[in-house]
Design a protein around this ligand. Structure first.
Ligand code: PLP
Length: 409
């Protein structure tokens, strides 16, 4: 099953070599939390800090000019990666959470009217739920939720039952970070467009693996995090349609986001700088650009097939374990799998696996309402990525069999 270039991909992630050197087992299946970082990303950031570390946009000396160019080049790389029409539609943020907070404050807080509604789903990460709760409370907006069936699939055939509500924005996750379900963005966006409803897509779990063409799909906003795309922490992307970003008031204010400042009032820079107050995460933006370059060097159809086959293999193997239940039953799924094992606490499962050098995650995965939907408080979650192998999965399955027999003996 292992494709020929998977070992070559692994070789580009120095964390594997470090574990080998230290003689430590390392099976990394916590990719939904954050992905590992390849050498080109580490080197690009090292190069910036070593050779041209300086602030951007104002310095006139060579390294400042170089840093400014590298930062703006990274923006163009993101623009091209998502097929956006203009580089200024790409705002660098701190991550998905920061991007959603920006849209909540500047779009919902700045442009919506009391009584307007925001449509979410019950499977949202807290990052795509709590900011909407907060802004709704402050601006008298109302939240509404898409119906979801017992298996955790959104019931999009019931969208029309919502047609008469004053919904102005749908904020929806593309791939559930708990269930791995892939939501049908085409249907949601098409329905929204007919009604002049704006759509924000939380692409935290999908941006790296299922690159989207924002113009083709037609969403108004997309948010994602660099650290889940083989890039560094501290950087994220907000894509927003130009005409919307232009209408939205600034979110944070201070240096670098202004045109002219007086003692009592100021005017603001054009997009995207209007939304990038203060010194931005320069090294992280450069690192994200390197991560996108790295992704382009890989044979996408090949690793995607590998990942799909490995996910199917994992599910088949998990189903063989007595008492193991996979959460949800996806109409369409990705590489994230949550499960429970009899009444063994997921934290005990994760702790046991950690002792074997296997990294998974246990808990509510920042989706407490979804957990309530499944009448559970926590699950264990294995999430795969492009460098995982069948050996990784075999190690997981073998350890789970041990846990199962240990707790039953
Ligand atoms: N949305 C989803 C679907 C996620 O999986 C995550 C993180 O796990 C987030 C939002 C928040 O991302 P970040 O913590 O990078 O802001």
């Amino acid at each position: 099953m292992i494709h020929t270039d998977i070992p070559a991909i692994r070789d580009q992630f120095p964390i594997f070599a470090w574990h080998r050197q230290e003689n430590l087992p390392f099976v990394y299946l916590d990719n939904a939390a954050t992905t590992l970082k390849p050498t080109p990303v580490i080197e690009a950031m090292h190069d910036y800090y070593s050779n041209y570390s300086s602030n951007i946009h104002r310095g006139l000396y060579p390294i400042a000019v170089r840093a400014s160019k590298a930062y703006e080049d990274a923006r163009v790389k993101v623009q091209q990666f998502f097929g956006a029409a203009h580089p200024e539609e790409i705002v660098f943020t701190q991550g998905t959470t920061a991007g959603i907070n920006l849209v909540a404050a500047a779009f919902a807080g700045g442009l919506l009217q009391p009584g307007d509604e925001i449509l979410l789903s019950p499977m949202e990460h807290h990052a795509n739920l709590v900011p909407w709760q907060q802004i709704s409370a402050h601006h008298n907006l109302r939240l509404r939720f898409l119906p979801m069936d017992a298996a955790g699939n959104l019931q999009l055939d019931q969208l029309d039952t919502l047609a008469d509500f004053p919904i102005k924005l749908i904020a929806i996750v593309h791939i559930s970070n708990t269930l791995g379900h892939i939501n049908d963005l085409e249907t949601i966006i098409a329905w929204a467009k007919q009604r002049n409803i704006r759509v924000l897509v939380d692409a935290a779990q999908s941006a790296a693996l299922y690159p989207m063409d924002v113009q083709q799909l037609g969403m108004d906003f997309l948010v994602c995090s660099g650290h889940k795309m083989y890039g560094p922490t501290g950087i994220g992307v907000l894509y927003g349609k130009k005409e919307l970003l232009e209408q939205m008031p600034p979110y944070q204010s201070g240096g670098d986001m202004i045109k002219k400042v007086g003692l009592y009032s100021s005017t603001f820079a054009d997009i995207p700088h209007k939304f990038e107050a203060g010194t931005p995460p320069i090294a992280a933006a450069i690192g994200l650009g390197a991560a996108l370059d790295f992704l382009q060097t890989l044979n996408r159809p090949q690793w995607l097939t590998h990942l799909d086959q490995l996910t199917d293999y994992t599910i088949r193997q998990l189903r063989e374990i007595p008492g193991l239940k996979i959460m949800g039953e996806a109409q369409k799924r990705s590489h994230i799998i949550s499960f429970t094992l009899q009444d063994i606490h997921p934290h005990d499962i994760a702790t046991f696996l950690a002792q074997e050098g296997i990294a998974i995650r246990a808990g509510h995965h920042c989706t407490q309402p979804l957990m309530q939907h499944f009448d559970t408080g926590a699950s264990a979650r294995a999430s795969l990525s492009i460098y995982n192998t069948q050996e990784d999965i075999d190690a997981l399955i073998q350890a789970l069999h041990h846990i199962q027999s240990f707790f039953n003996s």
